[in-house]
Design a protein around this ligand. Sequence first.
Ligand code: EPU
Length: 445
Amino acid sequence: MAEKFKIQGGETLKGEVSIGGAKNAVLKLLAATILVKGKTKIYNVPRLTDVDIMLNVLSDLGASYIYDKEEKSVEVDASNITSITAKYELVSKMRASFIILGALMSRCKEAIVALPGGCAIGERRVDFHIKGLEALGAKIKIENGYVHAKASKLTGTDIYLDIPSVGATENLMLAAILADGATRIQNAAQEPEIVDLANFLNTIGADVTGAGTSEILINGVKPSDLHSAEYTTIPDRIEAGTFMAAVVATKGKAILKNVYPAHLTFFNDKLIKMGANIKLVEPTTIEVSCRNRLTSINFVTQPYPGFPTDLQAIAMTLLTTANGVGIITESLYENRFMQVPDLRRMGADIHQDRNHAIIKGVKNLTGATVAASDLRAGAALVIAGLMANGETIVEKLHHIDRGYEEFEYKLQKLGAKIYRYDDNEGAEFNQIKAPEKGVINESRI
Ligand code: EPU
């Protein structure tokens, strides 16, 4: 399939949109369900290809699941785990599946998980995950592209992370849940998704404190302490930021529901400095609007609570037509400016020097054919298309479908002229249909 978006730029976005569950939280909660020898149900699960991949990882391990479209829930039954292998075909498609390593170590004391390797945005090593597991007592061999970890028992210890890696913090939290004694993760990542995972783990009977700070304490519990539970994941702060940017980019005004504003403090602050208005309507509802040309700002991406790298490309799109010069420093990934050549093709004036980008605001962008190089760069190009004069075609939508549920449908509801079509089906521009109603249980997606 060669699906593409066709975007007619220049529409002002108005109306209301509801933000879905956090991809980067749900993926880890799904991995954590295998700690329970029974059923766990997670609500607010977005229908994304990355979620499908994690469900397939669980299914390969012997767990079963029911995805309920109407409820947006997944019930996992991990009563029987029959395999300890997460194969290359799945891990290579989605790095987040590497998180199953920690969960399998807790449950089975042995795991064989494909090494994820690098990806387009950077090298993305897993050395902290490995060193942390070794500190907990696992013996690790890396053979034929797989990590084979094994332990007769895991023992709680102090682990210091050189940088606050989200994935390493999560993998080690999962591995330490049933360890003997206490594990302290220092310089832990503080992202809301870490807090969500800790809350979920405590809901199923684990003992995790300090999540959301730089020091997380996990007191090991017994397997019999873990039990079935139901849990609702947090809203996706990056999806929320993306829609906020889309509204601001088109000088629109919209209500965003199911948002935790506290998770977006840094981004909100920068949007306001650029000239946007953000009003809290209710605790989880905000109104975003913008009337005038934005003003350029500078920012550096940082681990939470700093400016999120996952909104860097999207913010760059806003700077392309802002008044003045903005400087972005990307401090997390070596190669996260892949949107730059395509934004330039749309008329942006961007100078890039290693991890710095200098964006001189132009009057307007013009439509062009561009291609998503990764999930967030793809979303940034869609927003550029909404801003641009004329028509933009965005190719390689599989990147965008990894992390945005019904992206074009939600944008259409706000008045955007964006349609998905498949080149192989005669280039017919079809308006996407509203998602189906009614309960559909899918046992295997
Ligand atoms: N790093 C190492 N060694 C390690 C682990 C990380 O050197 O063992 C480095 C990485 O190479 C990277 C930096 O540390 O340069 C940060 O990586 P981190 O481990 O924090 O990121 P992650 O867990 O792989 C998650 C999100 C990313 C998001 C980052 C940073 C998920 C599934 N992914 O990745 O989200 O950019 O945290 O906030 O949670 C996205 O959603 O588009 C996305 C890429």
